[in-house]
Design a protein around this ligand. Structure first.
Ligand code: AHM
Ligand code: MG
Length: 340
């Protein structure tokens, strides 16, 4: 068999990155590889979802008051499990758990990092075979090493992330992650069971032709958003004609597409959800980090997402993210209409 040595696996890539930093401990690389391992396990279950009886509500509601699907629980346990048993994470926060989990053992207390994740985003789409995803953000602890991590380690502004990423369980399964050095995408090669570098150095095109928003909520949006949507329908892209509207209802899939092709994704405040729907720590911050590193922008309509000091673990935020020039245009509408 001819082995294509130009194709790097996730492990090879993270190790290669370490070579540029001879003093690096490799802890972050370990953590990313742990996440990759959990993602592979979740992927196996997601692919079987239509075959086995793991669909449907587990019969409880999560801390957000929403139905919990069995795969959400499975994914949550996988990510928590690998990080707990690994050597690179002091504790986790999850959209599925009311409070943070402090690992508090001798090895974990020496770990520099904590991780926040949404184990299975877009879970309403599981039953209908639409792409879903996992989202994660990694922070360096602010609490003292050698002791259990603390709540304040998790309540840091998104700009403090050292890495963030997502896994998309789609037509193929991909893991995309960003550090300050860049954004890289790895596609799972089922023949060898490894994530392999398929999208090196992802850059978000500064312009795009796609806008993604739940149009059903149109009359619940503020004036600025309504006017911007109106512009998307009229003004059109540089080649003429309106922008294309695409909305899957799985943010991982919607933002992934816009990251690669160029576009804008919006989940604004609505009259019934004035704080928005998406969670700042688990959903907005990781994507804001990834898209900014790739050259795009992300705001809550008033300020940069990454600058927001979180007050609580599960707080929500309006969310606007995407291509730089489209975002700047949107921001002029939001500025002129402060009640966005
Ligand atoms: P979830 O965390 O409960 O899965 O909800 C988040 C999802 C996002 O992936 C998606 O963008 C949004 O909810 C869709 O919401 P809506 O159906 O209100 O448009
Ligand atoms: Mg979610």
């Amino acid at each position: 068999m001819i082995v294509n040595r130009k194709v790097l696996t996730l492990d090879e890539f993270t190790i290669q990155q370490l070579r540029d930093f001879p003093h690096a401990t490799g802890e972050l690389s370990n953590l990313l590889r742990d996440i990759g391992l959990a993602a592979k396990r979740v992927n196996v279950e997601v692919n079987k979802a239509g075959l086995v009886d793991i669909l449907g509500d587990i019969g409880t509601v999560n801390v957000q008051g929403e139905d919990v699907k069995k795969l959400d629980v499975f994914a949550n346990n996988q990510f928590m499990g690998v990080l707990r048993h690994g050597i690179s994470c002091a504790g986790i926060g999850s959209e599925e758990l009311e409070d943070v989990v402090v690992f508090d053992d001798e090895v974990s207390n020496q770990s520099k990092y904590v991780c926040l994740f949404d184990p299975l985003d877009g879970s309403g789409n599981i039953d209908v075979n639409v792409s879903i995803g996992t989202i994660f953000g990694v922070y360096r602890r602010v609490s003292e090493l050698g002791k259990p991590c603390r709540k304040e380690d998790f309540l840091q502004p998104g700009i403090k992330q050292v890495a963030a990423g997502y896994i998309i369980y789609g037509s193929s399964t991909m893991m995309v992650y960003a550090t300050r050095r860049g954004v890289n995408g790895f596609t799972l090669d089922p023949s060898i069971g490894e994530f392999t570098l398929s999208h090196p150095h992802i850059q978000c095109p500064p312009d795009g032709k796609i806008y993604s928003v739940n149009h059903g909520n149109f009359f619940k949006y503020g004036q600025g958003v309504k006017k911007y949507i109106d512009l998307c329908q009229r003004k059109g892209n540089p080649e003429g004609g309106p922008y294309t509207q695409r909305y899957i209802g799985s943010m991982v899939a919607d933002v992934h597409r816009n990251l690669i092709k160029g576009g804008i994704f919006m989940y604004p405040a609505t009259t019934d959800k004035p704080g928005g729907k998406l969670r700042l720590l688990y959903e907005c911050n990781p994507f804001a980090f990834i898209v900014e590193v790739a050259g795009g922008r992300a705001t809550n309509g008033k300020e940069r997402i990454l600058d927001i000091q979180p007050a609580s673990l599960h707080q929500r935020s309006p969310f606007f993210i995407g291509s730089k020039n489209m975002m700047e245009e949107l921001e002029t509408f939001l500025k002129d209409n402060p009640n966005t």
